[in-house]
Design a protein around this ligand. Structure first.
Ligand SMILES: [Zn+2]
Length: 221
């Protein structure tokens, strides 16, 4: 409600960029420049509104590259190797998706392909391009489009849920035969940890703010 009132008073939409909404109590606060390494709190509820950490971009870039390497490893090698009644089989992520499609489960196969392969891969590639551009202080328009795309894709990445479902499957299959955990399992676990860490610790609003400081305000960190 407050946001609507203030929006009406604003002459143009760009002025809204100077305001930030508290996600806890929904109070609209004006954004002030803060010192590097500090954070601003909501005057109503004390919730952290935004932080400014110039090293965030470098850390995020390093994490994204590491995550992508683990993702590639997770897809190249077997997740688990099963020996059930003398029948040895190994499972990889691409093999799981293709098996679903080959068996006629097209919707499940496509969903699986998008949720555990295409979207997670997209997020890490977008992150790498985005953080590289911000590091070299280039791409004002492209970074904006990448951030918008990221906000659409991020909720659909479900590599963590896929990992938990593999864990459940392993626990169930142990009763039927011998299970050997492959290198891709550990790579996927490392990828999920990095993915969750990036999603939880680096908020999109913070990247927007850093983008504004780096590219638009000409802050040379
Ligand atoms: Zn608040």
């Amino acid at each position: 409600m407050l946001a609507i009132i203030i929006t009406m008073k604003l002459e143009n939409e760009d002025e809204l960029d100077n305001f930030i909404i508290c996600h806890k109590c929904y109070t609209l606060n004006e954004e002030f420049p803060i010192q590097d390494g500090s954070h601003a709190c909501c005057p109503e509820c004390g919730n952290i509104l935004y932080r400014y950490d110039s090293k965030l971009i470098t850390h995020a870039l390093a994490l994204s590259i590491t995550g992508l390497i683990f993702f590639i490893l997770a897809n190249l090698f077997p997740l688990v190797q099963m020996d059930i009644l003398g029948n040895e089989q190994f499972i990889t992520i691409p093999k799981t998706i293709f098996s679903l499609l080959d068996s006629g489960f097209y919707i499940v196969g496509l969903l699986c392909a998008f949720l555990v392969f295409i979207f997670p891969l997209m997020i890490f590639v977008i992150n790498i391009v985005l953080f590289t551009l911000l590091t070299i202080k280039r791409g004002e328009r492209l970074t904006k489009e990448l951030l918008i795309l990221l906000s659409y894709v991020t909720p659909w990445s479900m590599a963590d849920i896929f990992f938990i479902s593999i864990l459940v499957a392993i626990v169930k299959l142990v009763a039927f035969g011998e299970i050997h955990i492959g290198i891709a399992f550990w790579a996927l676990m490392a990828f999920v940890v990095i993915d969750v860490y990036i999603t939880k610790s680096i908020k999109l609003s913070e990247i927007w703010m850093l983008r504004k400081k780096i590219l638009l305000d000409g802050d040379k960190q």
